[in-house]
Design a protein around this ligand. Structure first.
Ligand code: PSU
Ligand code: MN
Length: 300
């Protein structure tokens, strides 16, 4: 495909049924502070490789979509101060030869175009509190047939509405060994999940059933942060409220809100939230690898 490059290592894996996991680039460019972002990008790829899975970090470099960026290409993308793009902005970045980091929506759409079925991220975007602001992550998950492994969403979103929107948009949410929706670094919430799975193999079976039936949309695997890294809601709440207040005071809106809050909360918590963010990403990549491997076994 023009403007979409899949390096041989990733292409061969996809063609030969070797498990591949897609990774997003917005978390690197806009989610984590330097130099932790580049270190984490590398670390997540290493985890995949240790698990016998080919990682494919997705991003756009000067208008070229790359499915499996090298570390060098990630650094180049960061130097260009990339746009943060959802699905609707992919064409803008490609058409005008911009560098861009892909969010959950754009990453999953591109992963699917490349033939990758499993994607690991940190947290998904959803329904914001207050003025109308609903992430493209939701509408993309409604139509694109990929397994998305995340630690739920941040409590800065309207969690109840986010969960209800996922039902409205027919996104199947599977709690991984939990019946409660996870809230990113805060761990489990009190919001009930109706569908629980106990293994990567169960997730793979559900995904294959969906595929065979031709039912569109994603499976959102809700994978809680490991207990030992979860931060109490009461602790995070104060930091989040302060960051939100600053957004209002400084006129920070739209796409800038999440990156601003992430970096401010990290500073305010003395980087405890940063550590948690990295740990939940690692945890999601590990589970995504298991799912990708199960899928290659079952579909053989
Ligand atoms: N939530 C996080 N960390 C992130 C994001 C969300 O805890 O890095 C990023 C993801 O790339 C997600 C995007 O897809 O933000 C959602 O942005 P928006 O709300 O502007 O759609
Ligand atoms: Mn938005």
């Amino acid at each position: 495909m023009k403007n979409l490059r899949i390096p041989p290592k990733v292409r061969n894996a996809i063609e030969n049924g070797v498990p591949v996991v897609a990774l997003e680039s917005t978390v690197i460019a806009h989610g984590l502070p330097h130099p932790h972002n580049v270190e984490t990008a590398r670390l997540l790829e290493e985890i995949a490789i240790e698990n016998g899975v080919i990682p494919a970090t997705i991003g756009v470099l000067k208008g070229e979509i790359i499915v499996g960026m090298t570390h060098e290409e990630i650094l180049q993308m960061l130097q260009d101060e990339p746009l943060k793009i959802g699905t609707r902005e992919i064409s803008y970045a490609v058409g005008l030869k911009k560098s861009a980091a892909t969010t959950v929506s754009a990453t999953m759409r591109i992963a699917k175009l490349a033939g990758i079925n499993v994607f690991a991220t940190g947290g998904i975007g959803g329904v914001h509190v207050g003025d109308w602001d609903v992430s493209q992550d939701i509408t993309e998950m409604a139509k694109t047939d990929v397994v998305v492994v995340s630690a739920g969403c941040k409590s800065i979103l309207d969690v109840k509405k986010t969960i209800e929107f996922m039902e409205t948009f027919q996104i199947l949410v599977l709690g991984y060994k939990t019946d409660r929706f996870p809230l990113f670094y805060e761990g489990l919430s009190t919001y009930q999940l109706d569908h629980v799975v106990e293994s990567a193999s169960e997730i793979a079976q559900v995904y294959l059933a969906k595929k065979e039936l031709g039912i569109e949309g994603s499976i959102m695997v809700a994978n809680p942060i490991p207990d030992e890294y979860a931060i109490a809601e009461s602790e995070v709440e104060g930091y989040i409220n302060q960051a939100l207040k600053e957004c209002e005071e400084n006129g920070i809106t739209g796409k800038q809100v999440t990156p601003y809050i992430l970096s401010r909360v990290a500073q305010l918590s003395d980087y405890k939230t940063l550590r948690a963010n990295i740990e939940l990403l690692k945890n999601n990549v590990r589970l995504a690898c298991q799912i990708a491997k199960e899928l290659t076994v079952i579909s053989r």
